[in-house]
Design a protein around this ligand. Structure first.
Ligand SMILES: NC(=O)c1ccc[n+]([C@@H]2O[C@H](COP(=O)([O-])OP(=O)(O)OC[C@H]3O[C@@H](n4cnc5c(N)ncnc54)[C@H](O)[C@@H]3O)[C@@H](O)[C@H]2O)c1
Length: 317
């Protein structure tokens, strides 16, 4: 929609995915389906695309899947990222690359303050540890090889339309409420930096702009304002109200013993706010409402039109 020529490198999409629902294949000049763990294939694809900007999002991004498949999670998130980093070094027209890690890279001390970019990295579950390792690898590439600006973006818990991943809060709520059930919550008291996907992506694009105009590099947090701290239960209640569920609480506590998850996770995004002049445009209530609007789609738009309508509305804010 901004007029760029876009190419993609990914595994095949899941059958039910935003990619298929919104018929996104026709926006791509090149649509490479390959595994980023295959260094040669990836290098060949990058050489064919010859990009000016790379945004590396590919990952095994699910915490609970990482307990089931820890080796594959590390392989994709660490070796895959190393392959991306190395492939960028062969590209002569590359002007910027952005490596997407996560808020979960920080060693979690259940602080009531937000983590800042200089805080220590860590990670208990395999997903967090693998993303922290990918982040450290990218930092090493930034310090060691200076062919073009490379930066790292660490975003908060992203919600919004189009997510169909298993064991994620929003798809779980959609599946439960659309079938007349109440969702099971594993950690209702856990506090997370919820943010709308368009706010997150707006931050990523602002950072790419600063890379292109002024060579910005280093690590950058993107999260909601620090005062906006909401628990899983508050997110679910707001979601349920927007969905029209009248039972309160609109969820059931899952009493089965669950893999560990941190209680408190907040991000301090002062750096992005001051240096990029970025801010989250949608407050918590709007973030949840826009998400529910996407899944309920009251105007029965095509999924592509629904996404474009929300993007257009967002850019007008
Ligand atoms: N969703 C969140 O709340 C959140 C928050 C912070 C950071 N992130 C990060 O954002 C990025 C995107 O996450 P998402 O939530 O959109 O997940 P997603 O599952 O929608 O997207 C992940 C993509 O990676 C691709 N992929 C996975 N393994 C691959 C492999 N071996 N080779 C090639 N492609 C592969 C998948 O095909 C998919 O297109 C990830 O790096 C994730 O860690 C997500």
């Amino acid at each position: 929609m901004q007029g760029h020529t876009v190419s993609g490198v990914s595994l095949d999409p899941q059958e039910i995915s935003l990619f298929n629902q919104a018929h996104l294949s026709n926006i791509y000049k090149n649509d490479f389906r390959l595994d980023i763990r295959d260094r040669q294939e990836l290098s060949r694809a990058f050489a064919k695309i010859d990009p000016e900007v790379i945004i590396h999002l590919a990952a095994q991004p699910l915490v609970r899947e990482s307990y089931k498949y820890p080796i594959e999670t590390f392989e994709t998130n660490v070796i895959g990222t190393l392959n991306v980093l190395e492939a960028t070094r062969q590209l002569t027209n590359l002007k910027s690359s952005l490596i997407i890690t996560t808020d979960k890279v920080y060693k979690n001390h259940n602080h009531l303050r937000g983590y800042v970019e200089t805080d220590e990295l860590g990670g208990d579950d395999p997903y967090s540890a693998s993303k922290a390792a990918a982040d450290i690898a990218a930092q090493s590439w930034i310090k060691s090889f200076a062919n073009s600006p490379m930066a790292i973006a660490r975003a908060g818990n992203v919600i919004g339309g189009g997510d169909w991943a298993i064991d994620r809060i929003v798809p779980d709520l959609v599946n439960a409420y659309s079938t007349g059930n109440l969702p099971l919550l594993r950690y209702p008291e856990a506090v997370r930096p919820w943010q709308h996907v368009l706010d997150c992506l707006n931050g990523y694009l602002s950072l790419v702009d600063l890379q292109l105009s002024a060579g910005a590099t280093g690590e950058w947090n993107f999260g909601p304002e620090i005062q906006k701290r909401y628990s899983v239960a508050e997110l679910v209640s707001t979601f349920a109200t927007n969905w029209g569920v009248d039972t309160q609480p609109a969820w059931i506590r899952d009493e089965v013993s669950q893999p560990y998850e941190a209680g408190y996770l907040l991000l301090d995004s002062s750096k992005a706010r001051s240096d990029l002049h970025w801010k989250d445009k949608l407050g918590f209530e709007e973030t949840v409402k826009w998400t529910v609007d996407w899944y309920t789609n009251p105007e029965k738009l095509s999924i592509r039109s629904l996404c474009e309508a929300q993007i257009n509305e967002f850019t007008r804010l």
